[in-house]
Design a protein around this ligand. Structure first.
Ligand code: FAQ
Length: 311
């Protein structure tokens, strides 16, 4: 019977149709989706911290309003994604516990510090730029709730990317000191942005199976190349230098050649030993504990059930 169900599942995948929550699915497919969607949700929630730190110090009311809206969008993306994960039979509270205990990962990129306001612009330009590159193909992911969540998320991410680029353009039109801050920020974020796409294909244990299942549509290296090709002309227009001596147009390939990030650093960061891992998790844990009374009150209110209609 399982064989027949699996054959039906494989046929849906082969026809590029969607798997929905009530459809039969192999356990490995469910597990891979929970892992990827939860990691993605955690990234959005932890990703609020590096930029959130600048809300109270943004240089104008306009910049503060923009940043507040962006960070709020990220909270919304996290909630969307937790809801998508819940359709696979996992509990959101449990996912949060797994994040706080270190049992589940979040993107390496959010373990780097944001010492300058220019970092807000660079995160928008490079980090949201990389996120879009990675996530637009996920709008065609084989799992319905995930692919649909991605459509709205990508629209908002592309707005975030433009606001980051506009911020950097403004600073590049400013003083020499401002231009130097932008360059320094780009120097610090370039390599970590390339790491967002995951390890090289040869070292990526999940890519082949995830591509077969249509969860991922491109390999890590394909998307990293796409990001570099998209970003180099934007860097030229901005007037910043990307910190890679090997970066050069290759007319035969029709792509830019580029150097490799420090993969040993990547491994350290995803194992918990990056510059800000401890701080990010401690902050998330504190926020979770501080919010306990809100969850208790909400649960008590919900438990009153239909009676509350009369109140
Ligand atoms: N960081 O076999 P693969 C955002 C792990 S965007 C940490 O290649 P896979 C928006 C991987 O989980 C950022 N861990 O894995 C925003 C696996 O470990 P595991 C979030 C990483 O899944 C912008 C192991 O390494 N976006 O938040 C990373 O096939 C600005 C082996 O790797 C997404 O999550 C990494 N960079 O491919 C918010 C997109 N790379 O779980 C605020 C959806 C790999 O077996 C501000 N996810 N690992 O223990 C994906 O597309 C995929 O999961 C990849 C990894 C491509 C990230």
């Amino acid at each position: 019977d399982e064989e027949r169900l699996n054959a039906e599942f494989e046929a849906v995948i082969a026809r590029q149709e969607r798997i929905e929550p009530r459809d039969w699915m192999p356990e490995g497919y469910r597990k891979t989706l929970v892992r990827q969607i939860a990691q993605h949700a955690h990234s959005e929630i932890i990703g609020m911290q590096p930029e959130g730190a600048w809300i109270s110090r943004a240089p104008s009311l306009r910049r503060k309003a923009i940043l507040l809206a962006k960070v709020q969008d990220e909270a919304g993306h996290g909630l969307y994604l937790y809801s998508a994960a819940e359709t696979l039979g996992v509990d959101r509270a449990e996912l949060t516990r797994r994040l706080i205990s270190g049992a589940q990962k979040y993107s390496s990129i959010f373990n780097y510090p944001t010492p300058d306001y220019a970092d807000v612009g660079t995160i928008g330009w490079l980090v949201d730029g990389a996120a879009i590159c990675n996530q637009v193909p996920l709008c065609r992911s084989s799992y319905g709730p995930y692919s649909r969540a991605m459509i709205r998320i990508c629209k908002e991410e592309s707005f975030h990317q433009r606001q980051g680029y506009e911020l950097l353009l403004t600073m590049m039109r400013g003083t020499g000191e401002q231009r130097a801050l932008v360059q320094d920020s780009v120097d610090r974020w370039w390599w970590p942005s390339l790491m967002m796409f995951g390890p090289p294909d040869a070292d990526s244990p999940n890519t082949a199976q995830s591509m077969h299942w249509g969860i991922k549509r491109h390999t890590n290296d394909e998307l990293r190349q796409r990001f570099v090709d998209m970003t180099v002309p934007q860097a030229d227009a901005l007037g910043v230098r990307l910190p890679d001596p090997d970066l050069a147009w290759n007319p035969e390939r029709g792509h830019y050649d580029f150097g490799q990030p420090d993969w040993a650093e990547f491994t350290r960061v995803i194992k918990g030993d990056g510059p800000c891992n401890a701080e990010r998790i401690a902050h998330r844990r504190r926020a979770h504990e501080d919010g306990a009374w809100v969850r208790e009150a909400a649960a008590a209110f919900a438990a009153r059930g239909p009676a509350r209609a009369g109140t």
